[in-house]
Structure formats: structure tokens, C-alpha cells
Design a protein around this ligand. Structure first.
Ligand code: PSU
Ligand code: MN
Length: 306
């Protein structure tokens, strides 16, 4: 591994795994600090790490604690994090542009997809699992709200496993943007882009069907100097929520956000929280199910690269 910049600490286990060329999966932390309520967030974090271990890969959870960007956490740090979440201590939502300032100001924060990708790249990690990526928000014509997750995907060579993007976004515009940025979007064993809570959608995508096919694709992609790749892994059917029902809730969420003037960084967490209440927790259950599913797939894909 190359020498890392100051303020980035790789845990001994992750460092060992990378040196030995073992399968490593990066995990983001905004979903823990801003995406899910306590105590589900802490519980799922532990469970996701266990899932990665259970198939013989090593999880690299990425988060910023008091100005130090951690790639992989030891027990003491997990304990500190648990206490901080329980006591409702403030966590910032850190995109890639926020990282340097967070280190200087000693902030703590969850890393979004863009920030997690920036940090994971420093450690040489190639595969990353998240729930859903940020994208082009509805109403982008007026607000220009486009997640820097998309910028990161266009710049950083990494395979990002997600359950598609949420229908809270302008899905069609998000897919167009990814095409413009030359980011391949590949359905995992599906021909249609999944919509996070919903396994299906009208948007066609190319597909991959097996880890070996992924491995060959990934090597070819890197040879061509390609950057990020989105692997869109549908939520398991038994946990999938009906698109029409979600659409009603999403429209209500967006109109309340607009009334209350909620925008920018706060918009995604607000919409997620609104949906959780509106669906009486069903959206949270779906979120947990797709996270497990994505982490398992990412671990298998990471292994195929060994
Ligand atoms: N999608 C989710 N849950 C989340 C997020 C996205 O289902 O918690 C988080 C991710 O960390 C993602 C970020 O990178 O929101 C995007 O935020 P923004 O749109 O502000 O860039
Ligand atoms: Mn935004």
C-alpha cells in the first residue's frame, strides 16, 4: 500500500488484508449517521460487518471520528461510535469535498458515497457496498441539486454495489447523467434498473450474471482506463415495496420538504425519515434487507478479483 495522507488511519486488519491481497469491501457510514434511526443503525452496521466476514472477506467501514478518517474500525472505535450514536452526538454528513476541512476542524461525520470512495481509493480498495447512491434530484432544473456521488463515480475507479437509486430522485436524469460521465450501470441478474425500495422499474440496463463475468468485465474496464462502475442489485423480491405506493409517499415527502424550505445536504435524510414514518417502518425494513443483499454481493465480487 502506498503511504497514506495524514489523518487517514487504516485498521490493522484491513491493512493486513490489503497486503495479503484478500477480498476487502468498503462500507459507507452516512447510512448509519443519517440514513437510519437508532438503534437499527448500530445493529445493522455490526450485522453488515459480520456478513462480509461470513463469506471470507474483510469489511472496511469508513467514517470520520474527531478529524481522523478511519478505514476499518477496531473494537474501541466501534464502542466510541456506539456511545456517540446513543447519546445523539452530532455527526456531520461528509461528502468528498468536506473531508479536508473535517480533518482540520476535528469533525466527526458519516461519509457519503463520494467521500467513502475518495477514502477507499487511498487505501487501494476496489469494491464498495452501499444502499443507494445519491443522484439527480427531482426539480434539478430549478435547484441544480446533483449529488457529488455521481462526480465521484466518474473519477474514481471502483465497483459500487447499490440497490439502484431511490425513486425520490429523478431516476431518468440520474441515468442520463451517469451515461454522460461514462459510468457503466450494470444490473445484477436483471435487465432493469432497480429503484431501491422496489426491485423493478421501466429503465433498461445491461446486465452481469456471475462473479466470474464481473471479474472479466472489471479487468477489461480498468485496461480501458474506466473509472467508477455501478452494479445495481435489486432488493430481494420478498422485501420489495410496490412502486405506486412509494410514489404517493415520495410526492408527499417532496412537497413537505419544499414547504419547509429543506434543501441541499438535509434533503435526502429528510425524505428518508418522512418515508419511514409514512410507511410505518416498512421502508426501514426494506433498507436493511437491501443493505444485507448488497454487502453479500460486494463480498462475492471482491473475492472474484483475488
Ligand atoms: N441513499 C440512501 N440512504 C442514504 C444515502 C443515500 O438510501 O443514507 C446517503 C448516501 O450516503 C449518499 C448520500 O452518498 O445520501 C447522498 O447525499 P446527497 O444527495 O446529499 O449527495
Ligand atoms: Mn445534494
Amino acid at each position: 500500500m502506498k503511504a497514506l495522507p495524514l489523518n487517514i488511519v487504516v485498521s490493522p486488519l484491513v491493512s493486513y488484508a490489503l497486503q495479503e491481497n484478500k477480498a476487502v469491501v468498503a462500507l459507507e457510514s452516512t447510512v448509519i449517521t443519517h440514513g437510519l434511526p437508532y438503534p437499527q443503525n448500530l445493529k445493522i452496521w455490526r450485522e453488515l460487518e459480520e456478513l462480509v466476514f461470513s463469506v471470507g472477506a474483510v469489511p472496511a467501514s469508513i467514517i470520520v471520528l474527531e478529524g481522523i478518517a478511519h478505514i476499518g474500525l477496531d473494537n474501541e472505535q466501534i464502542q466510541r461510535l456506539a456511545t456517540a450514536l446513543k447519546e445523539n452526538q452530532p455527526f456531520k454528513k461528509l461528502g468528498s469535498r468536506d473531508l479536508a476541512l473535517a480533518c482540520v476542524k476535528r469533525y466527526s461525520g458519516g461519509t457519503t458515497v463520494s467521500a467513502t470512495m475518495s477514502l477507499a481509493r487511498q487505501a487501494g480498495i476496489e469494491v464498495f457496498a452501499t444502499g443507494g447512491i445519491g443522484g439527480v434530484h427531482r426539480d434539478w432544473e430549478r435547484t441544480l441539486d446533483i449529488s457529488s456521488d455521481l462526480t465521484a463515480l466518474s473519477r474514481i475507479p471502483m465497483a459500487v454495489v447499490c440497490a439502484g437509486c431511490k425513486a425520490i430522485l429523478d431516476v431518468s436524469a440520474t441515468l442520463e447523467y451517469l451515461e454522460t460521465m461514462a459510468v457503466p450501470v450494470l444490473g445484477w441478474q436483471t435487465d432493469r434498473f432497480p429503484l431501491f425500495y422496489t426491485h423493478d422499474s421501466p429503465y433498461p440496463v445491461e446486465r452481469l450474471d456471475a462473479p466470474e463475468e464481473f471479474r472479466r468485465f472489471w479487468r477489461q474496464h480498468l485496461d480501458l482506463e474506466g473509472k467508477g462502475v455501478l452494479i445495481a442489485n435489486p432488493i430481494p423480491k420478498e422485501h420489495s415495496l410496490p412502486a405506486e405506493k412509494m410514489e404517493t409517499a415520495i410526492q408527499a415527502a417532496i412537497s413537505v420538504a419544499r414547504e419547509q424550505g429543506i434543501k441541499g445536504k438535509s434533503l435526502t435524510p429528510f425524505l428518508l425519515d418522512f418515508l419511514a414514518h409514512h410507511t410505518e417502518g416498512a421502508s426501514v425494513e426494506a433498507n436493511l434487507a437491501l443493505l444485507r443483499n448488497n454487502v453479500l454481493l460486494a463480498a462475492k465480487l471482491a473475492q472474484s478479483l483475488q
